[in-house]
Design a protein around this ligand. Structure first.
Ligand code: SF4
Length: 321
């Protein structure tokens, strides 16, 4: 199953009627998922947490079991802001979905994010005083190139997303609750379902394209199990480089992927029974927030953390719980 990369260099590369996906359209009610509690210790599995475990089991434990806080970087905050604007953009009438209007949404979206998460203010001004209007304006301007790239890639006046920031969830038989949030779902009668995710970074090189698609394969599997419709197209939209990464998933591909997710979950449960969350040092440690707690980096596991991550006999409940 190959992943294709494309960079829209002209209007021909932008969204158009011919570009829209093709298959059966699931009924509207099948897109609603009730939130299930998941495993009592391990919770549900999301693409991010699956990626954590694959990268480093100890990182998974710090985030999922110990739930240790992590600082938000400026890059993460900018990504959240751009996602928020691209979600709000589709509340505008189609003809008004143009770049200047998207830029005008930045202050309002940022204010909403700050209301929800006041600690984000530290990425603009880490000092004790609130950011000045000039500092905030300079911060918001940093998001404008990403929005400009978006408009060079797609014409949102031609799109009418069926869902934005959609909670998707399914329970695999004898397996975990799979859960996530999809940035955008496009559905067309003639074209079926397209799952879209925005990335504010650059597209990966060919060696890492399949890894990059893990998240969207995960969502495709969940949507397929939720709605019965096999998504026709998965699309990663890289605003940092102006590239699309696309994959047309097939049923056999997603069945194989489901087996992979099951094996991953079995490994997580097995380790949770022993408490042996081993560090797996590598290049990824550069971005890890927990180096001071990591034995592989000369750090010390906190007592509270080392006492957790171990399931008592009989405590491993069905992932359906
Ligand atoms: S520093 Fe590296 S090895 Fe240690 S927990 Fe973080 S990712 Fe894992």
């Amino acid at each position: 199953m190959s992943v294709s990369t494309s960079r829209p260099s002209s209007a021909a590369g932008r969204a158009s009627a011919a570009d829209r996906p093709v298959v059966l359209v699931p009924p509207a009610e099948s897109w609603h998922a009730e939130k299930q509690p998941g495993h009592p210790l391990l919770g549900a599995l999301s693409p991010s947490r699956a990626s954590d475990f694959t990268t480093c089991p100890l990182l998974y434990r710090f985030r999922t079991i110990d739930r240790l806080p992590e600082p938000t970087s400026a890059a993460m905050a900018k990504g959240t802001l751009v996602h928020s604007v691209l979600e709000a953009l589709f509340d505008l009438p189609p003809a008004e979905r143009i770049l200047p209007n998207a830029v005008q949404l930045l202050p309002e979206s940022w204010a909403q994010l700050l209301a929800d998460e006041p600690e984000l203010a530290a990425v603009v001004n880490a000092g004790p005083d609130p950011a000045t209007p000039a500092e905030e304006a300079a911060w918001l301007r940093q998001a404008e190139p990403l929005l400009a790239t978006y408009f060079a890639m797609e014409d949102p006046r031609l799109l009418q997303p069926a869902h934005r920031e959609l909670h998707v969830e399914c329970v695999l038989p004898e397996g975990p609750v799979l859960r996530g949030f999809v940035d955008r779902v496009d559905i067309a009668d003639h074209a079926g379902v397209r799952i879209v995710d925005y990335k504010t970074g650059r597209a990966p090189g060919p060696r890492y394209e399949q890894k990059a698609m893990f998240q969207l394969r995960f969502y495709a599997l969940v949507v397929w199990r939720m709605t019965g419709a096999l998504p026709r197209m998965l699309q990663l939209t890289y605003l940092g480089s102006g590239d699309f990464l696309r994959l047309a998933p097939e049923a056999d591909d997603l069945r194989t992927f489901e087996l992979k997710v099951r094996r991953l979950w079995e490994s997580i449960v097995a380790i949770s029974e022993t408490g042996e969350w081993q560090p797996r040092p590598g290049g990824h440690c550069r971005w890890c927030s927990f180096t001071s707690l990591c034995p592989a980096q000369g750090g010390q596991l906190p007592a509270r953390a080392s006492a957790r991550g171990r399931i008592q006999p009989g405590q491993v409940a069905s992932a359906h719980d």
